[in-house]
Write a protein that binds this ligand. Sequence first.
Ligand SMILES: O=P(O)(O)OC[C@H]1O[C@H](OP(=O)(O)OP(=O)(O)O)[C@H](O)[C@@H]1O
Ligand code: HPA
Length: 180
Amino acid sequence: MNSDIKEVLYTREDIKNIAEKIGSQLTKDYAGKNPLVICVLKGAFLFMADVVREIKTYAEIDFMDVSSYGDGTESTGEIKIIKDLDVPVEGRNILIVEDIIDTGRTLNCLVALFEHRKVASVKICTLLDKPDRREKTVKPDYVGFKVPNEFVVGYGLDYQGFYRNLPYVGILKPEIYKNN
Ligand SMILES: O=P(O)(O)OC[C@H]1O[C@H](OP(=O)(O)OP(=O)(O)O)[C@H](O)[C@@H]1O
Ligand code: HPA
């Protein structure tokens, strides 16, 4: 699996450090606000686990499974809600935790959905931001790292279901996905 990686961008240590930094900011920003912290499955599961353990104030957590249509390296439009939240969100302060913002379609749709559900506030925390690929407006509030316009995997991010268990973020060798 490691041999499919062209370059390691962020190690587990880098990610641990940035999660601590973001977590301490979130602790300040959300003190007294009882946020609902939402993990967007599946990609955000590891980063979510890191970040919530660094939030030192009351916070509820929930999970949503959304997927862009299609299953290659290109996302193809609208999102599909596979699993919705367990709790109502009207009037809540929502923090969405994501692994990556790429074209922005997923988060653009999700933010619109939460606004439609009349939340008090909605903010975005993402491990990775790939701004060069943006098609839809998304303004992340907490960003771990900006990544170049390359297909990255690991630490939750997949290619066709694999590589999520890599303990780092790396660039996938193009020959891996170009052969498919
Ligand atoms: O900004 P975008 O172009 O919309 O891309 C970002 C989204 O794509 C990935 O999810 P995916 O739909 O592949 O599902 P997964 O999290 O289960 O891997 C990623 O986890 C983000 O949710
Ligand atoms: O670079 C990426 N890697 C994995 N999944 C993704 N979903 C959007 N962009 C990416």
